[in-house]
Ligand binder design. Sequence first.
Ligand code: HEM
Length: 295
Amino acid sequence: MDAAEIMVRALQYGAGLIGLGLLAATLWAGEAPGRASRQVLAACCGLLAASSLANGLIFSYLVLDSWREVFTSDGLLFILSTFEPAWGFVGRAALAAAALIALLSVRGKAGAWIAMSLLAAAISTFAWTGHAASGEGWQGGLHKVSTITHIIAAAVWLGSLGLFLSRLLSPEGAASEYRQRTARLLLRFSGLGSMTVSVLVVTGAVNAVLIAGPGNVISTLETGYGGWLMVKLALFAGMLGVAALNRFILAPALAERLTDQAAHRMRLAVMVEVILGAGVVACVSVLGVTSPHPG
Ligand code: HEM
């Protein structure tokens, strides 16, 4: 069942982070999502709603230890009345469905803003279905705020990569005017990019200390949990390296030369960053169901 739980967590993170991030990046670029983006966004909302419900059912099964019980009203009532995380899954599914309706029914930037707000609320519910859910008192509150801030920063980075890749892969991409606009967008992102990285590092460190316990960080690094966190940080370091290459070398070269070769190199680098980002999300999907305490 662990594999199924890890899979549905990965689907939720993937759909939620890309959906929210793509909307945020598109609005940050001063635009409304075009037809192709709207289809991708609608798919993200639908997948987030479905995988959140699936995660809720798996959670209920792990508690009740019987699928037959899960699908009885007594079973579901027991889960909803006893376990806070169950509301996290239901709330996430409902908010993702509402974002889908907003995207399909309200056109232009207005629809995008409504959907983005609903998706931000949807992925904030992860703070009630992961390790942050078990925190109590002020530490519990700090952990939830840190987790929500962390996930939104993660969405901004991964979603922006989605926007840049869609621009670099666009059939219009060969036109120099379009290529110039894409290069300007990449250069403009550097300020927001640096801020996103700082927020990820600070909130990530806070998450790690609160999950391990202030005196146990080193011993936690020696566990399976610590191993996955190390893999995640290595992938993150790789993303940072590629992001620096994009910012200081490839994007200025594209803006200056506008050649096919410069565009090709930029496209390749953004694809590498996306693949490393997918690896980070895969690690997080395992981390959330792995105990940080040895033995
Ligand atoms: C591109 C970079 C990153 C992305 C996309 C990312 C994404 C995420 C996501 C989606 C979560 C799940 C939160 C939850 O459901 O509770 C998470 C948790 C976490 N992140 Fe990151 N993160 C990134 C960078 C970092 C960095 C730099 C650090 C450390 C300094 C870090 C440390 C953590 C920790 C400790 C957790 C809690 C994991 C758990 O649930 O046990 N992350 N991250």
